[in-house]
Write a protein that binds this ligand. Structure first.
Ligand code: ATP
Length: 348
C-alpha cells in the first residue's frame, strides 16, 4: 500500500522511454524516441526545443489526446497508456487542465469570461460555482473582464481567462502549449507570471511548451528536447554573493537516461568534429570523450586516458553542470584546450 509520505514524494509527471511513431502513407516519423522526464509536484517547468523536436507530441500524450507507441507516461498517478475511455474523460476533466496557443481553442467566443470559467464547473457538476468563478477571476487578476466576451479582451486577458478555465476543476497538472505564441513580450511575461502565480498559490504542477526566449526569467527549470528526447536542462536559483547582493545562478546539465545515454551539445560535437564513433575513458571523477581517429585518445590496452590535445566534455557526478551561457565555461589550468562545462554562471 502506498503511504501518504510516499504519495507526496511521487512526481506528478513521470515518462520513461516514451516513443511515438506516426505512420503516414508508408512513411514513419519518430516524433518521440525514448523520452524520459520527471516533474515533481508543484514545479513549473518549461519545455523548449527546435521545431519538430516533439514538444507538442509530448503534450498531446500527457493531455490524454494521443497515445504513446511505446514506453510509459504516468501523470498524477494515472497511467496514460492504459486508461479506458471513461478514465480519459475523468482524467481530462479533473486531473489535467490545458491552455493552447489559439484563444479560439480555449474559450467559447459567445460567452463572457465568467461564463467560460463556469463551463467546466457545470460539466463536472461542481457546487459553489459562483464562488469558484470569483476566486479564479481574482487569482488571475481579470475581475474587470468578468462580463466581457473574448473579442472584448486583450490577448493577455484572453490567455489569463484560459488559465482560469483550465484551473476551474482544480487539476493537479496544468499543460500549456505555446500559451504566449501570439503575444508581445510584455504580455507574454504577464501570462508566464500568471502560470507561476497559479502554481505558487494552488500548488498545481505546470508544464509549459514555449519558444519564448524570456521564459527563463519565469521558471526555475527549462528542459530542452532534441530529436524526440530530453537533451539538456537548465536549473536556476537565487543566491547571495560575498557582498550580500542577490544573484541569479543558472547551471546547465546534460540528461542521462536510464540506459546511460546522453546527448552531447551540438557545439561540442561540431567543435571536435565528432562523428559516428567516439573514444571514452573513465577517469577518477569524470568521463572523457575523444574523437575517433584523433590518435591520442585513451589507450584501450591499459585504459589510461591521454587528454592532451583533446577536449574533455563531461563533468563530475552531476555530469554536465555548466554556465549560464548556451554552453561553455572557464578552462581548467594544466589541461590544454580543455572546455569544462562545470561551474555556475550568473544570469542576472
Ligand atoms: N499527426 C502526425 N502525423 C505525422 N507526423 C506527425 C504528426 N504530428 C507530428 N508529426 C511529426 O512529428 C515530429 C514532431 O512534431 P511536434 O509537433 O511534436 O514538434 P514540435 O517540437 O511541437 O514542433 P513545433 O515547435 O513546430 O510545434 C515532426 O517531425 C512532425 O512532422
Amino acid at each position: 500500500m502506498t503511504t501518504t509520505t510516499e504519495q507526496a514524494r511521487e512526481p506528478d509527471i513521470l515518462c520513461h522511454g516514451l516513443v511515438r511513431i506516426f505512420s503516414t502513407e508508408g512513411v514513419e516519423v519518430q516524433a518521440l524516441q525514448g523520452l524520459d522526464l520527471r516533474v515533481e509536484r508543484g514545479d513549473v517547468v518549461a519545455i523548449v526545443g527546435a521545431s519538430g523536436s516533439g514538444k507538442s507530441t509530448l503534450l498531446s500524450i500527457l493531455s490524454g489526446l494521443d497515445r504513446p507507441t511505446g514506453g510509459s507516461a504516468v501523470v498524477a498517478g494515472t497511467d496514460i497508456g492504459t486508461m479506458s475511455r471513461a478514465d480519459r474523460v475523468r482524467y481530462q476533466r479533473h486531473t489535467v487542465g490545458f491552455v493552447w496557443q489559439q484563444t479560439s481553442r480555449n474559450l467559447l467566443p459567445y460567452l463572457t469570461a465568467a461564463e467560460n470559467i463556469a463551463v467546466p464547473l457545470v460539466l463536472s457538476g461542481a457546487e459553489a460555482r459562483a464562488e469558484r468563478v470569483d476566486e479564479l477571476l481574482s487569482l488571475l487578476g481579470i475581475e474587470h473582464c468578468r462580463d466581457r466576451r473574448p473579442e472584448q479582451m486583450s490577448g493577455g486577458e484572453q490567455q489569463r481567462t484560459a488559465i482560469a478555465v483550465a484551473l476551474a476543476n482544480s487539476p493537479r497538472v496544468l499543460l500549456a502549449d505555446e500559451p504566449t505564441g501570439e503575444l508581445d513580450d510584455a504580455t507574454s511575461a504577464e501570462v508566464l507570471e500568471a502560470l507561476r502565480g497559479a502554481s505558487e498559490r494552488l500548488g498545481v504542477t505546470v508544464l509549459v511548451v514555449t519558444h519564448d526566449p524570456t521564459v527563463s526569467e519565469h521558471v526555475r527549470r527549462t528542459v530542452q528536447i532534441r530529436d524526440g528526447r530530453t537533451a539538456t536542462e537548465v536549473l536556476r536559483r537565487t543566491e547571495r554573493d560575498d557582498s550580500g547582493a542577490e544573484v541569479h545562478v543558472a547551471e546547465e546539465f546534460a540528461v542521462l537516461d536510464r540506459t546511460g545515454r546522453l546527448q552531447l551539445p551540438e557545439e561540442f560535437v561540431s567543435a571536435l568534429a565528432l562523428r559516428e564513433r567516439v573514444r571514452l575513458a573513465l577517469e577518477t571523477d569524470h568521463v572523457g570523450v575523444w574523437p575517433d581517429g584523433a590518435g591520442r585518445g585513451p589507450s584501450v590496452a591499459d585504459g589510461v586516458a591521454d587528454p592532451g590535445g583533446n577536449a574533455d566534455v563531461a563533468g563530475t557526478a552531476d555530469t554536465m553542470a555548466g554556465s549560464a551561457g548556451p554552453v561553455g565555461g572557464a578552462a581548467r589550468s594544466g589541461r590544454p584546450r580543455r572546455r569544462d562545462l562545470r561551474g555556475s554562471g550568473t544570469d542576472g
